[in-house]
Design a protein around this ligand. Sequence first.
Ligand code: SAM
Length: 292
Amino acid sequence: MNKDIATPVRTKQILEKYGFSFKKSLGQNFLIDTNILHRIVDHANITSQTGVIEVGPGIGALTEQVAKRAKKVVAFEIDQRLLPILKDTLQPYPHVKVIHQDVLKADLKEVIAEEFKDCKEIMVVANLPYYVTTPIVMRFLEEKLPIKGIVVMLQKEVADRISASPSTKDYGSLSIAVQFYTEAKTVMTVPKTVFVPQPNVDSAVIRLSLREDPAVKVENDEFFFQLVRASFAQRRKTILNNLVNNLPNGKQQKEVIEHALEQVEIDSKRRGESLSIKEFAMLSDSLYKRFE
Ligand code: SAM
C-alpha cells in the first residue's frame, strides 16, 4: 500500500515522476504534512454520510484524507496538468470525482443536485488558492447553496478579517458579508513549513458554519451590503461622511441619511467600524424606506 500523498518524500516522488512545475499564478502551494491534514478534516466533522466539495485538489493530498472519511468527494481543479496525476494518486478512492473546471465558473447547484443525492449533508473543504480566496468563499455563500459548512485554509490575514468583531482593525465589509451567512471561527494557524513551495504569507484554517437564517433580517439584502461597503469606503471618516460620499445620490440626500441615523440612534460621528451587524441592519431598513 502506498504511503499518504502528503509526506515530503511521496510528494517529491510524484512531482518528479510527472515533471510537475508549480504555477504561482494558480496559487499552487501543496500540503506535505498529514498531521495538519487530519486536523483540518477533524474540524469539518466529516462522516460516512457527508458529501464534500473540494476546490483545487493539487496532487490529492487533502482529497485523500477527506476521501478516507466521506461518502463522496467532488473536486474542482483548474490546472489540466494535474489531471493525469490525480488519476494516478486517487486511484484507490473511486468515490472521488475530479472535475476539470474553474470553480468560479462551475454550475455548483447542478453539480450538488447530480452528485450528492445520497448524502445527508454537504461540506466544502479546501486548501484554497490564495489569489482568489474571497471570491470563492463568497460564491459558496451568496448562491445560497445547500451546504452545512466550509472549512478552508487561507491567508491568516484574510481569516482574521473574516472572523473580526466590531471596533477592531480587521473588522470590515468582508467580516459582515461572511458573518451575515455564517458563524465564523479561526480554528488553527498553520506554519509556512508545511507547504511546498512555502507561501510568502502566514496561513490559517477557518470554519464557517452556515446559519439557518441570516444573522440579521433586512428588507433588502442588496441595499444592506451597499450600505456596509459605503460605510467602510474610507475607514477614518465618520459614518455620515462615508454614506454621503459613497452611496449613489448620497450627496443629494444628506438630510435623509442624517434623519435615518437619528431614528436608529446612531451618532453620525461614529465610524463604520464601530457598528455591529445589527446596527447596520437597523440603519439599512430605516434608510431603505426613504432613500431614492
Ligand atoms: N489541495 C492541494 C493541497 O492541499 O496540497 C492543493 C492546494 S493549492 C493551495 C490550490 C489548488 O487550487 C491548486 O491545485 C490550483 O491549481 C487550484 N486552483 C487554482 N485556481 C483554481 C480555480 N479557480 N478553480 C479550481 N482550482 C483552482
